[in-house]
Design a protein around this ligand. Structure first.
Ligand SMILES: Cc1ncc(COP(=O)(O)O)c(C=O)c1O
Length: 399
């Protein structure tokens, strides 16, 4: 992988400070560019929300704000507060996720967030009770666990038995109850199929399915209109460097045609994108502390592991990576090194699960060099085992 020059320069500056290097370097220029491109290519009515679970660092929220995304998709009260601190009005927040606590729902109603995405009938009643306490109504979407999944996707959120949303087959049990709750304004559906999808056709299938559901609901419930349709996130990025990125332009064109076919002009179509917006704006950089040969395999040990960058181990994949050579003096004559071979990268934690890369081809690496993992801007630090072994957190450096 080619490490961008400005990222390498920053790594060298940091390494020159003399402490063991372990950091994320963020440059949100790609995120800014991606939002701008998407905004220009999407059909009328599509609204882009940043799913801040991908990276809630203020630099990413600031970029989303300045790029004029429609708002932020939150999944906890903590995220809500970070979004508001970053300058988003609560009315620009949409809240999805199973198991929202009464405290979280109370905050939403009190601050007037845009929509709460209902994940079960119990949640609808809990939210309604809070609305009654405040004497205030709340716009809601109903999240559906569609009877459809994308088998090749990295993680699926619908199809089969899921903790997300209400099974498609149960819509007629749940929807009338929600419609009868005076303080809940039903605005539409949320159907999120899968994350990390690389084939645009698969996500378009999900859109068509939601459109069909919408038509059925509107036919069966006179007077009900789903004027907001939320497709969730899911646009993938090319972690495996296959050369095939998610084709957002083809997806936009396909959606445009679907909107025409279904005569759904004038509605709101929400996208909650995380990975696609944030991944290529971050690099995880960690110093090589040791290299060992162990029973025919070379093990490269870095100062940060799954406590700082868990994603490769969690997903069982290698991120694109490269080495910044530091030419540090050897500590002893028999010091191992890597030269044009396949090796294993791990961190300092006392678990075999602490893996950063498996069987990866490396031209050259020595102790003291810096291993650099790209596409680490999304689900990097945010989904790592930060507390395990009480190592200090990596620095997060914003360029
Ligand atoms: C409800 C919801 N929306 C949006 C996203 C963002 O997904 P992605 O990063 O794949 O775009 C997620 C991710 O888990 C999610 O659960």
């Amino acid at each position: 992988m080619h490490i961008p020059e400005h990222i390498e320069d920053k790594i060298r500056d940091e390494a020159a400070k003399g402490h063991t290097l372990n950091c994320y370097i963020y440059d949100t220029t790609p995120m800014r560019q991606k939002i701008k491109t998407l905004q220009a290519m999407m059909p009328q009515g599509v609204e882009i929300f940043y799913a801040m679970k991908a990276n809630s660092h203020p630099a990413f929220l600031q970029t989303a704000l300045e790029s004029k995304v429609e708002g932020i998709e939150i999944a906890s009260l903590g995220e809500a507060k970070k979004a508001v601190d970053a300058g988003f009005d609560a009315s620009r927040l949409i809240y999805t996720g199973p198991g929202k606590s009464p405290e979280e729902l109370r905050w939403c109603v009190k601050h007037g967030i845009r929509t709460v995405h209902i994940e079960s009938l119990t949640e609808a009643y809990r939210l309604h009770q809070i609305c009654c306490e405040y004497g205030q109504s709340q716009d809601v979407l109903l999240r559906i666990n569609a009877n459809f999944d994308i088998h090749e996707a990295q993680t699926t959120f619908s199809g089969g038995s899921k903790k997300f949303g209400v099974d498609e087959e149960k819509i007629d049990d749940v929807l009338p109850e929600i419609l009868a709750l005076d303080y809940l304004n039903f605005r539409g559906l949320h159907v999120y199929a899968a994350s990390g999808v690389l084939k645009f056709e698969d996500l378009l299938k999900n859109c068509e399915l939601v459109f069909q559901l919408t038509k059925n609901i509107e036919a069966n419930y006179p007077g009900v209109c789903c004027d907001i349709i939320d497709f969730g996130g899911g646009f993938g990025v090319d972690y495996l460097e296959t050369g095939h990125d998610f084709d957002a332009e083809a997806w936009a064109k396909g959606l445009h045609d679907l909107i025409e076919t279904y005569q759904f002009e004038g509605r709101h179509f929400e996208l909650e994108l995380g990975r696609y917006l944030a991944a290529d704006s971050g690099f995880f950089c960690t110093e090589i502390l040791d290299i060992k040969e162990s029973r025919g395999k070379k093990q490269v040990i870095c100062s940060g592991g799954i406590n700082h960058f868990r994603r490769p181990a969690a997903l069982g994949i290698n991120h694109p990576m490269g080495i910044v050579w530091m030419s540090r003096p050897k500590l002893h004559t028999y010091q191992e090194r890597v030269r044009d071979e396949h090796v294993y990268f791990g961190g300092p934690l006392c678990t075999g699960a602490d893996k950063l890369a498996n069987d990866v081809a490396i031209d050259a690496a020595d102790i003291g060099d810096i291993a650099v993992f790209a596409l680490a801007g999304a689900y990097g630090l945010s989904m790592s085992n930060q507390a395990f072994l009480s190592h200090p957190l990596p620095q997060e450096i914003v360029l």
